[in-house]
Design a protein around this ligand. Sequence first.
Ligand SMILES: Nc1ncnc2c1ncn2[C@@H]1O[C@H](COP(=O)(O)OP(=O)(O)OP(=O)(O)O)[C@@H](O)[C@H]1O
Ligand SMILES: CC(C)(CO)[C@@H](O)C(=O)[O-]
Ligand code: BAL
Length: 605
Amino acid sequence: MSSRPGRLGVGIVGAGRVGAVLASALRATGHAVVGASGASEETRERIEVLLPNVPVLDVRDVVERSELVLLTVPDDVLGDLVAGLARLGAFQPGQLVVHTAGRYGVGVLAPARACGAIPLAIHPAMTFTGTSVDLSRLDGLPFAVTADPPVLPIAQALVVELGGEPIVLPEEARALYHAALAHGANHLVTLTSQAMRVLTAAGVSDAGRLLTPLLSAALDGALRGGEVTLTGPVARGDSGTVAEHLAALAGIVAADPTLVDVPETYVALARATVQRTLAGRRISEPAATRLLDVLDPVTDPATDHEVEGGSGTEVVRTVAQLRQRRESWNQPVAVVMTMGALHEGHLELVRVARTLAPRVIVTIFVNPLQFGAGEDLDAYPRTLDADVEVLRQEGVDLVFAPPESEMYPDGAPQVTMTAGHMGEVLEGADRPGHFDGMLTVVGKLLHLTRADIAMFGQKDAQQLALVRRMVSDQNIPVRIEAVPIVREPDGLAMSSRNAYLDEAERAAALVLSRAVAAGAQAAADGSTVDDVLAAAQRILDERDRDLVRPSYLELVDEHTMTAWGERHPDGRSPSRALLVVAARVGATRLIDNAVVSWPLQEEAR
Ligand SMILES: Nc1ncnc2c1ncn2[C@@H]1O[C@H](COP(=O)(O)OP(=O)(O)OP(=O)(O)O)[C@@H](O)[C@H]1O
Ligand SMILES: CC(C)(CO)[C@@H](O)C(=O)[O-]
Ligand code: BAL
């Protein structure tokens, strides 16, 4: 027991790093350490070094012999230990029972309190090595202190005696307090070692030396000034750089899978950084959206890696990643360009592509350039996860699903494609600029994928014709393959926009496929151009006029999109033409068409 007045006999249960250091500090202030318990060899050694001549006793003896019991066991065993000691009757009235678990207040000591002991919780906000080096760290060190109000001064005095600075915390704040400390300190270690591992992978021999000034300055800045001291690509809204980082990190993970935790952490922290810089109004909402797009889950190179390893379908989000994958292939490549929300029509393009080339790339990008003001850019269905899943089942090699910032890093491009007159008729008349935007992105995607073959659906016939024309006018080295329209069993041409239709609209929409089918039948029966149009028009006239507002119904040349009547005012029939129709069904714009061909004798007429 204590030898000098006011000094206490201190017992220490679980002489781990913290316990041994605190007990040693108490001893230095004149308290007697009457016993320590510790099962492991390491603990015993620590007791010998930091607490020489202190007897190693079993737990119960330590508690029974001391006026101040320091419980420094792991958080998870503390509750059971206290309850067990209480059951054994080891605690005494008036005894100070102190624990040092950050996460708990004094509630966990309730069984000791029930025995008349005085429960106190003190937690040094420090990481300890368990050696004498730690003793100097106690000087001025903040300690969280929790105790019942009447005995709070005892806990505070104890901390002051240890050289620390007591910071009083209510019982209910302890878990948050401890979460904040663990997040800040422990995760800082994880983060720093990740940065060191990546630098080592980049060939830097002394990563610690390289990082020390920067990380010290960053930490110092953050502690003094908070988030406003943030620098770097997120704070600048530089999504291109972030995308480049992700691509580079994906590269090192492919070379060394033990680094797989790094891109995951990068993405999580970059997301949080975006949110904070946005909240602090340091970046604009569009800049934040661009950054978050780049950081979308599938951008996570770790996920890419899994996808690649798992099934052979890889999802990439950046131009750099696409180029890297593409360069590793020597075989012919077919590309299927889509805006996602995939359906059987798209899958038919994929299936045909697979028969034409050993490698298939599918691009998924809702291209803002081809949407006019007031069109459905924002509402356009985006179902990336489901799309990737079906493409995986189709055995697609690569899915390129870039965020907008990858395709247009500087916003809308300055130099673009122009469709010319052919882009101003039919769809182009209703959607000014649509085909310019479409051709611009198709051109880019052809360059990026360096595809040998590109698949386009006959459903978007004017698009198909324009792409062929661009490829020819611009000498782009690619073969364009058209795939016939895939229809629902009742004839409706499949389209991602069909998802917008309600039941009544869905039924009313059938009038489009029925109209072009009627025209095609009339041509097969040998009718004149006018009669073919009239047959289609008759069906269109039967439409539900509240729901269907036709935009055009025309017979055109499938390569030039010029109306057949314009070219042949005499009404002579061609051998083959395209019957195209468009209408708004409710608020949804739908298109359809049919290739119509006349019997040979009609052609000769
Ligand atoms: N029913 C279909 N049959 C054949 N090809 C199709 C069909 N639907 C779309 N495609 C083709 O798939 C490619 C990608 O088209 P997109 O992603 O725009 O789909 P969509 O269903 O046409 O969507 P939207 O609702 O915008 O018309 C294009 O080449 C398009 O012609
Ligand atoms: C070809 C295309 C993918 C370009 O955005 C788009 O117009 C489409 O989905 O048809
Ligand atoms: N389906 C063609 C692309 C578009 O409508 O924007």
